[in-house]
Design a binder for this molecule. Sequence first.
Ligand SMILES: Nc1ncnc2c1ncn2[C@@H]1O[C@H](COP(=O)(O)OP(=O)(O)OP(=O)(O)O)[C@@H](O)[C@H]1O
Ligand SMILES: [Mg+2]
Length: 521
Amino acid sequence: MTTNLQPLQHASSHEENTVLGLLEAIPDGVMVLDVAGVVLYANRGAYHMFGGRELVGRDLGLPITLDGRHAEIEYIDRAGCIGRAELRASRFDWLGQPATAVSLRDTTVRYALQEQLALADQVFESAQEGIVVTLPDGVIVRVNRAFAAITGYSAEEARGLTPSLLSSGEHGRAFFERMWRSVFEEGRWQGEVINRRKDGSLYPQSLSITRIHDADGVLTHLVGVFSDLTQDKIAQDKLAEAHSQLSQSEKMAAIGQLEKMTAIGQLAAGVVHEVNNPVAFALANLGVLGEYADHLLRLVDAYEQDRSQSSECAARVDQIREEIAYTELCVDLRRLVDQSRESLERVRRIVLDLKDFSRPGEPNWQWSDLHQGLESTLNIVGNEIRHKAKVEKRYGELPLVNCAPSQINQVFMNLLFNAAQAIEGYGRITISTGCDAETVWVEISDNGKGIAPENLVRVFEPFFTTKPLGQGTGLGLSLAHTIVQRHRGRIEVRTQDGEGCCFRVTLPIGGALGEMVVDAV
Ligand SMILES: Nc1ncnc2c1ncn2[C@@H]1O[C@H](COP(=O)(O)OP(=O)(O)OP(=O)(O)O)[C@@H](O)[C@H]1O
Ligand SMILES: [Mg+2]
């Protein structure tokens, strides 16, 4: 601390001590400056304010021309921080010389508080949520702009009333009793409330109420923060509607699919009935016919070897042999019978496969040979694929798998169709299989046009299709996904845009162990 005692040199030492003691006891800064602004005297308060630096003899650049008025100044304190002070200056005569008496009141804390208050005020007013502050008895003391925007009541209208002015009558007394019990016992309440705006319309809001206590723990205020849920509810309703429409159309599609499978099943049953018997009959007859042909040929051979007949007869026989190209006929006869039998066998197999492929309503959950399933499916879809691609089979060893084969065949069918449809011109479809201890996998890959990266995540979505209108419903993969999921398996896709695609179906060997209800997929 530095004081220049010169101005007091004419006072008695008692007066001097008294005045000095008084000045030093004042917490505010007190300084005397000469006309040039140079410090003649500074008390302890000023000394502290300016960071404990020597002040006398220095020009601090203080505004000394403010006679009788005040100004806000900034200073650097002891810790190097910027402080604020309110400065008052007044001219006076200092032992016959003009001088300025300066008082400095530290306003740093007050200023910081004011800034915080201003910020809090700004936050309060600009919050998107409505805020209402009440006294403990519920009388509203303050509301923000959002309150007015949501409820329609201005701050002036709301002040002095209670939040019951928003009451809609939609909630019973028990509701409010629970609410206030929670506020007073647990300190807060949160929930949804239906309120009434000034214009009489009702609106849903999410509301949270909290208590405010002073430093002594006395309850001083309650604060309610709320947001209007009208838009959320509208969006939710729209979403629910869209969802229900989607699931409705998904259901319709599933029903359509089931109907399709049922129709195929019924058709198959009819075909099996109508075709199987005559085919079996023809097959049996062909067997006998083959035997008869053998016998007859044997007989003709016997005649052949016995050339004791008249030469006239032998000449006729030779002529006929030539006419009918007997040697070739014998070879052909066998070939025709064999080929007819093979063709009929194939018809019988296709009919049986078709029957196996879809059994309407039958939860045919069984230990199945997936290779057999693939073969059946290829038999059914063969015609569609044959002119599009060569099918390469790289079958590994597969155990029997507990699954619903007709449904798994449907997955294979959708994958095979997609693969064929992705190929422009003539390409290759490869079917590979394999297994580990727990699972089996089947991969169906093609060298078609592949899937664009932005579509990759969408291919399993119902109704997602890149095929022209009327050509694809976009349900094949979504149904395949549903079926595989119901088997607790996985279906994955790898692709390079323009370079083909590979779908891998992985199924647990034990399946869902009969838990699955194979219903309408
Ligand atoms: N092997 C593939 N190669 C290229 N794109 C494919 C392949 N498989 C599926 N996709 C893409 O995924 C989309 C969805 O396939 P999904 O089988 O679900 O429907 P879709 O074949 O278009 O119609 P649907 O099968 O109902 O007749 C297809 O439109 C296609 O863009
Ligand atoms: Mg498809």
